[in-house]
Design a protein around this ligand. Structure first.
Ligand SMILES: [Ca+2]
Length: 380
């Protein structure tokens, strides 16, 4: 994805800095206390609606394959405790319920603040033009000529109108919500009594018990036989044939689930996870025989854009093709500023037994969860 390699994108990526951000050190990873060692049972609790139990276990994280990028290497052993995971990406209907219950306004629906943008850009970078300081989001637009960018900052684009003013999600209740920032995903998860998965939890779940395989379904070529996932077919980025049935997002559950019963762990939309991004996260674990419930680094660092803190996304999207990124592989990693939203990015959540007990103790049915968020409720 070329998104992170040009000044325009730097401006856009930095343009949506949340008012809650106090820098990488302030955010941390909130789930550390949720993983008592050795917990891998459901603790006799029923699965929450639309979630499936992922039994804890050990697996090979990352990939040393030729197709893998440097930040997927080296492979290493990781162990995660059991958890429930949403069987699908969070849908428009689910996100709408959250917004209607809380009055939440997404990052893309708020005008970015110039001062916050400039704090993320290298010294001397000219400020963005005034027309960019309006609510909006990033939309994929196939370039019509060589050299043109394929990401467009579009005023008015957000989860309710993914292609901008005049578009809508009418009739798309079962499509994944898009144009959500990491902060939006965090806010939804908190409201739902859930959290974002760690990067290790996400990859472990995506593999569906197929340790060390290239794809979430095994080794079969995704471009042969029955379509396995919603990805890009044709010449990227000019022509998407839609041979898998979809040229944009697809309804959740459109393709066969993986070994754990999870849908769209490859393709459809990128999914935010909890962890900060660093390219050397795995190299830092090389001395450990097995990493237990890894939470990711304490802060972010991307040498390509060192002034912009970034979170990890996983799973690839309908825009991923074999030649460009093949990021529908379960080991593939993407790095994105947490205040950025895009038309191909959504998320799903997890819930641990500890969290389930807290929800039960608070009698937190959907009705009781429908309370307004406090001003600090979305602070990571
Ligand atoms: Ca497709």
């Amino acid at each position: 994805m070329r998104l992170h390699n040009n000044t325009f994108t730097s401006v856009v990526v930095g343009a949506m800095l949340s008012v809650w951000v106090n820098g990488p050190a302030a955010a941390g990873n909130p789930a550390g206390s949720e993983h008592p060692a050795g917990r891998d049972s459901q603790a006799s609790q029923p699965s929450p609606p639309d979630m499936v139990w992922i039994p804890g276990g050990e697996f090979t994280m990352g990939s040393n394959a030729e197709i893998a990028r440097p930040d997927e290497k080296p492979t290493h052993r990781a162990r995660v405790d059991g958890f429930w995971m949403d069987t699908t990406e969070v849908t428009n209907a689910q996100f709408r319920a959250f917004v209607e219950a809380t009055g939440y306004v997404t990052t893309a629906e708020k005008a970015p603040q110039l001062q916050e943008i400039m704090q993320q850009l290298p010294p001397g970078t000219p400020p963005p033009s005034a027309e960019m300081l309006v609510p909006g989001s990033l939309v994929f637009t196939p370039p019509s000529a060589p050299g043109e960018m394929w990401w467009e900052w579009r005023a008015g684009a957000n989860w309710r109108q993914p292609d901008g003013p005049g578009s809508s999600i009418a009739g798309k209740d079962d499509y994944p919500v898009v144009h959500v920032s990491w902060f939006d995903a965090q806010a939804y998860a908190q409201w739902a009594g859930k959290r974002l998965p760690t990067e290790a939890e996400w990859e472990y779940a995506a593999r569906g018990g197929l340790d060390g395989k290239t794809y979430v379904w095994g080794e079969d070529n995704p471009y042969q036989g029955t379509p396995r996932a919603n990805i890009w077919q044709g010449e990227f980025p000019h022509h998407n044939t839609g041979a898998d049935g979809h040229i944009a997002t697809s309804p959740v559950r459109s393709y066969a689930p993986n070994g754990y019963g999870l849908y769209d762990m490859a393709g459809n939309v990128w999914e935010w996870v909890q962890d900060w991004y660093r390219p050397d996260t795995y190299a830092r674990r090389a001395s450990e025989a097995v990493t237990i419930n890894p939470q990711g680094p304490d802060s972010s660092y991307d040498p390509q854009e060192p002034t912009i803190p970034k979170r990890v996304q996983r799973g690839g999207s309908y825009l991923c093709d074999a030649n460009y990124c093949a990021s529908y592989r379960p080991s593939a990693r993407m790095k994105v500023s947490p205040d950025t939203s895009l038309i191909h990015t959504g998320f799903r959540c997890v819930r641990t037994p500890d969290m389930a007990r807290k929800v039960a103790a608070n009698s937190c049915t959907v009705a009781c969860e429908r309370q307004p968020l406090s001003p600090t409720a979305t602070r990571p």
